[in-house]
Structures are given as structure tokens and as C-alpha cells.
Design a protein around this ligand. Structure first.
Ligand code: FAD
Length: 438
């Protein structure tokens, strides 16, 4: 039995299981090997369908530069395969355990997004398993309503078990330049300028108002010297020291995973004496596991608030949001990633982003001291984001009331999609899942 046949066989098994659970009136959830969600909820009373085996590359077409993959394949596994052909997925979210299906369902982004848009804009087709066991292949021509309605649905319309991902040519190395700025205006102006240049990758790291770095990445065939940030050296600290650097293409893609950006500080592995002993543990998968364990054993001691968010702001209002973040939330470093939706006309139903508009994604993840009620600072961020015409990722905590939420997301369109693809409400709706944590 070849890979495709085996893929179809396993889908058929899953389809009958999901349909059976539905007829028994059970609510359904996913049993996955990994997750990068940051809102914790018990799968109470849910029938979890086991999708852990849907983690394979089914085919790579080097000529057409596409890869047909299963929905739960991690980008780590996919990149290992595509690099054998000198190719990379057009957009690779930078945590190794993020899966292709999860990045589409949760709006993935990375430093090539200024050129290729968000992850879902690099997908040609999707095979979606619906709650009644039907498998629909959708694309911009086939079932386009599901194709354009699925991104940002967080598994509330169905599950992507197969996807066709666009690939780009890759060279062996990436040359990086880190340029320092001391004022936000010239920083964001330079981003607009460089986003229209020929660089391959563009993101930024902000340590303070006077220490803002823009990092440009360019594919090259040769490198005078190659750095290694997979062990003792720490990537984000190199940005302040090295105006120029070289990494292998693979190490460039995973430059943030070794220290979960800078969040590894919470596990004390940035201290050399400890770091030396834990080479095997320096990755986001380990940190996620420890964090989930801590959630289950350590009670919330109060006195702090967890602020873990990715927020998209129109470039024209980025300085305002930056000022707000530094003065009202005071988290640093910040990750900055410019992007523009690829298609300047067609909108994606559950994405509140304006087509053709350039945005800046601000990523900030920390625990801050608080004497306020739970969610106080996260609420402030939500209100400011709405005021500036932005939107935030829904992979972490959300505090919107229902009216606010549906003033951001197209409720009428979502209701239509639900009525068509999940008429019995086997899956929770988007508000219940992303805010009420059902
Ligand atoms: C520190 C940090 C930094 C991050 N930075 C980035 C970033 O820079 N770029 C980025 O893209 N993302 C980033 N994320 C967010 C992350 O990408 C999203 O949470 C993403 O949705 C996770 O994908 P996953 O594969 O781990 O899916 P999960 O976390 O397991 O699932 C995410 C949601 O999608 C649903 N889902 C998962 N797989 C499928 C499927 N095949 N079909 C249908 N629904 C599915 C799940 O039900 C769930 O609701 C970051 C998260 C953290 C914590």
C-alpha cells in the first residue's frame, strides 16, 4: 500500500469514528502529539479523535514546488524533507512543533510573511474532515467558501488532514544584518522601505525605545563563517553584538526555537552553568511540556498576570501601539514581524485583516506583576488593539465579551459556515472555543 492509499485508509477509519461520535451526541476534540495553544482547558467529556499518525509528507513535487502533507505534520519534519530538494515552505512559523494544520487554523506568521502573507495564503488545497465524516477537498476553485472560511477557525468547522503547501527555492546559507534604530518613527519607516526590497526575510527585535533592531535575511551560497545558536550561544543576544551574521538555512529557520525566543529565561537555561548540562532540552517542545506540567501542579499564586500575545497592527499605527506597550505593559524584548496579505482583493472570512494593507505583528510573552483583577492588562491590550484597527491571535487568552468579539469577526459569515459544515454544533463555536475555552 503506498503512502496515498494508506493516508486514505486512515482517513476512512477516522471518518467513521467521528460520524459515530456525532450520532452518539458527543462533542469532539483532537488528540494531537503537540500543541502551542496558550489557553488551557480540560477536554472534559469530549471524544478525542486520535490524529497523531497524520504527520507525514505524502509527496514533494520539486518542479511545481509544492508539498502534499498530512495536517498534523510539524514544520520541523516538513523542513527536514523539503531541504533535501533545496526547497523550503514559503512561510515557516518558527517553533518546531507548530503543525501545518494548526498554523492554518490559527493564522501562522514568520519573517517571510512580508512577501508571501500568512501561512494560510501559502496553501493551495486542503482536505477537511467534517463532523459527519465527509472529507472535502477545497481550494480557491473547489468549495471556495470552506477554503476561505477555514483559516482562523480553530478547529470549529472541521479538521485539515491533508494540505498542499507552496515551497520556495532555498540556498545553503542565510546572511543576516541587524540594524539598530533609536527611534520608532525611523524604525517603522525603514520597515516599509525594506519590505519593498529584494531581501528574503525581515523581522525585528526590540529591547527598548532606544534599542530597536531590524533583521534582514538574504539567501547566499557561501558564508565566511557560520554561527551556531543551538547550544551555548543565544541567538537573541547575538543581535545586540553582531551587525552581520551567517547561519545555515535550517538554523535560520529554527533560530528562535532553541530559547523559545527569549522565554527560556523562565527555565533558567540562559545561565551557562545550567545550559551546559541541558543541550537536549533547549527547544520549545521541552519548554511547552514543562509549562503544561506546571499549569497542572502549581496553583496560580496571584500577584502576577500572564501576558502572552501576538497582535497585528496597521503599520501606520505601529508607533502608537509601541508607545502604549512600553508605557502601559512594559514587557521587553518584543518580537516584530511585518506582513502584508498577499491577495489585495479577496478576504478570508474569519480574518479581520484588510487585504493589501501592511501590518506589524508584535509578539510579547511574559508574566508581569499585577495588583489588578485577572485579565486587567490583557483587556487593556485588547481595547488598544481594537482602537488602532488591529487584531490579535486567538491562540492564547482572550477576554472579549461576545458583542466585542463579533464586532471584530464576521458573525453572519461564520454562522453561515457553521450551518453548512457543522449544522448540529458538534464542534464548539469560535467564541466559546477561543474565549470561553470550551
Ligand atoms: C511563544 C509563542 C510564539 C508564537 N509565535 C508564533 C509565530 O511567530 N508564528 C506563528 O505562526 N504562530 C506563533 N505562535 C502561535 C501558534 O502558531 C499557534 O498557536 C498555532 O495555532 C499553533 O499550531 P499547532 O500546530 O501547535 O496547533 P495547536 O496549538 O494544537 O492548535 C491550535 C488550534 O488549531 C486547531 N487545530 C490544530 N490542528 C488543526 C487541524 N489540522 N485542523 C483544524 N484545526 C486544527 C486546534 O483545535 C486549536 O484550536 C506562537 C505561540 C507561542 C506560544
Amino acid at each position: 500500500m503506498d503512502l496515498q492509499q494508506d493516508h486514505q485508509r486512515r482517513i476512512a477509519t477516522l471518518a467513521s469514528e467521528i460520524d459515530q461520535a456525532r450520532t452518539l451526541g458527543k462533542r469532539i476534540g483532537l488528540r494531537k502529539s503537540t500543541s502551542n495553544l496558550f489557553r488551557h482547558r480540560a477536554p472534559a467529556g469530549k471524544h478525542l479523535i486520535d490524529v497523531r499518525s497524520f504527520n507525514r509528507v505524502l509527496a514533494i513535487d520539486a518542479e511545481r514546488m509544492t508539498a502534499h502533507v498530512e495536517g498534523m505534520i510539524t514544520y520541523q519534519a516538513l523542513v527536514d524533507q523539503t531541504l533535501k530538494y533545496g526547497l523550503l515552505p514559503a512561510v515557516v512559523p518558527q517553533l518546531k512543533t507548530i503543525t501545518v494544520g494548526g498554523a492554518v487554523s490559527g493564522l501562522g506568521i514568520e519573517s517571510s510573511s512580508f512577501r508571501f502573507g500568512l501561512v494560510h495564503e501559502t496553501i493551495e488545497t486542503m482536505e477537511i474532515l467534517l463532523c459527519d465524516g465527509r472529507l472535502l477537498t477545497c481550494s480557491c476553485r473547489e468549495h471556495p467558501d470552506l477554503f476561505y472560511g477555514f483559516p482562523n477557525s480553530y478547529g470549529t468547522l472541521g479538521y485539515a488532514l491533508g494540505l498542499t503547501v507552496r515551497l520556495i527555492p532555498a540556498k545553503p546559507y542565510v546572511r543576516l544584518t541587524h540594524t539598530r534604530f533609536t527611534d520608532p518613527e525611523s524604525y517603522f519607516a525603514r520597515i516599509v522601505e525594506r519590505a519593498n526590497s529584494a531581501v528574503d526575510y525581515l523581522d525585528g527585535t526590540i529591547f527598548s525605545r532606544r534599542e530597536m533592531y531590524l533583521t534582514e535575511g538574504e539567501f547566499v551560497d557561501d558564508a565566511p563563517a557560520v554561527s551556531d545558536y543551538t547550544y551555548m550561544d543565544i541567538y537573541y543576544k547575538s543581535i545586540q553584538r553582531k551587525p552581520e551574521d551567517w547561519l545555515t538555512a535550517k538554523d535560520y529557520i529554527w533560530r528562535w526555537d532553541t530559547d523559545w525566543f527569549w522565554c527560556s529565561k523562565h527555565f533558567h537555561v540562559q545561565k551557562p552553568a545550567i545550559r551546559r548540562l541541558f543541550k537536549w532540552a533547549l527547544n520549545s517542545r521541552t519548554y511547552q511540556r514543562i509549562m503544561r506540567l506546571s499549569y497542572s501542579v502549581l496553583p496560580d499564586s496571584g500577584g502576577t498576570e500572564s501576558v502572552i500575545q501576538d497582535v497585528d497592527i496597521p503599520i501606520g499605527r505601529a508607533s502608537e501601539f509601541f508607545d502604549f506597550l512600553l508605557s502601559e505593559i512594559a514587557i521587553s524584548p518584543l518580537w516584530m514581524c511585518p506582513f502584508k496579505t498577499r491577495d489585495s482583493v479577496r478576504t478570508w472570512d474569519l480574518s479581520p485583516l484588510q487585504p493589501g494593507q501592511m501590518y506589524v505583528n508584535f509578539g510579547f510573552w511574559d508574566v508581569i506583576p499585577s495588583t489588578h483583577e485577572k485579565g486587567y492588562f490583557n483587556r487593556k491590550i485588547e481595547r488598544k488593539t481594537m482602537e488602532l484597527g488591529g487584531a490579535k491571535g486567538l491562540y492564547s487568552s482572550a477576554w472579549y465579551d461576545e458583542t466585542e468579539f463579533w464586532s471584530i469577526y464576521d458573525q453572519a459569515r461564520y454562522t453561515q459556515l457553521k450551518q453548512t459544515y457543522d449544522p448540529h454544533g458538534v464542534f464548539p463555536d469560535l467564541y466559546s472555543k477561543c474565549v470561553r475555552r470550551h
